[in-house]
Ligand binder design. Sequence first.
Ligand code: ACO
Length: 331
Amino acid sequence: MSGAQRRSVILGTGSELPTKVITNQDLERMLETSDEWITVRTGIKQRRVLEEGKGNADMAYHAAVRAMADAGMEANDLDAIIMGTVTPDYLFPSSACVLEDMLGARKAFSFDVNAACAGFLNALAVADSFIRTGRARTALVLGSDALSRLLNWDDRSTCILFGDGAGAVVLGASENGDRGILSVLLRTDGSYAKTLYVPAGGSLRPANPETVQNNEHTITMNGKEVFKVAVRSMEEISRQALKEAGIDLEQVSLVIPHQANRRIIVALAERLGVPMEKVVVNVDKYGNTSAASVPVALDEARREGRIKPGDVVLLNAFGAGFAWGAAVVRF
Ligand code: ACO
């Protein structure tokens, strides 16, 4: 190959949002809250919720089909399916396995990655490694979550923040050219495990009538702490990923940050010195969709014509763990 470098290239993107919408006005009727409080603190106006009787893989399926059509690829062309999620259809098997069967992807090996809101970037990093090392030529990478299933709808400090959705990209190997994933970095700090978590339902505190009674199967969070560490960490890792890619911030056409909260996004953009015109924001429409937020925003940005061939895009995310990551991609 005369020194040519193998890279993962994004060949297609797709997304799926459930049709059911819950607006801030709907929440006003359910809780002691207001559209004004939610809008000022978070920028969120509405969120989507997966209908009852459906699971994560039902959403992921539609995102995957769209991404494969965009890439001009069939299910049997896939070597790997890797899904970032903390809300699989079952505790096991993985939703990636459920999805593999739905797609009829007979050649693929499939698994889930648990890194909460940073799940897509973790899945992307793993897929990128398989492709760079030649273990896979193609991969379907997803971020797909239904956090509505983990919410206490009586807890106004958390239930207003989250929504459901799925996003997917198809990666392929490229031996020449300068397109593709230029860098992808991951970090974690497990000392924050209980700053944002679901206390029960795992092996430590399996479900029992008491845990259900106490709502311990729902998200528990110290929002102020998350806010502080999220902004700082996403700035740092973004700068590191750019450095590793050999890209200056001025060369970045678009930043696609995790959509947790408009204030976090604005604070991050200010710290990076990037004008908001170059930052994708859709948190107003969907809330925080966890692992889905970055690939959904990426897919929307592509469909809106905001990404042209040759553009360099910076992705970053932060979530429970704490786990965070950033990637630099040339389209
Ligand atoms: N409506 C009205 N009042 C509310 C609501 C609500 N929905 N929620 C909380 N309040 C009240 C509180 O009870 C409190 O009242 P008090 O002063 O009488 O005690 C007051 O508002 C202030 O509450 P705080 O929690 O201090 O509000 P804060 O300004 O920190 O905003 C928020 C809370 C929006 C959660 C903020 O901390 C935040 O965005 N944190 C980031 C969390 C996040 O994005 N997590 C997502 C997962 S991780 C990730 O994806 C990055």
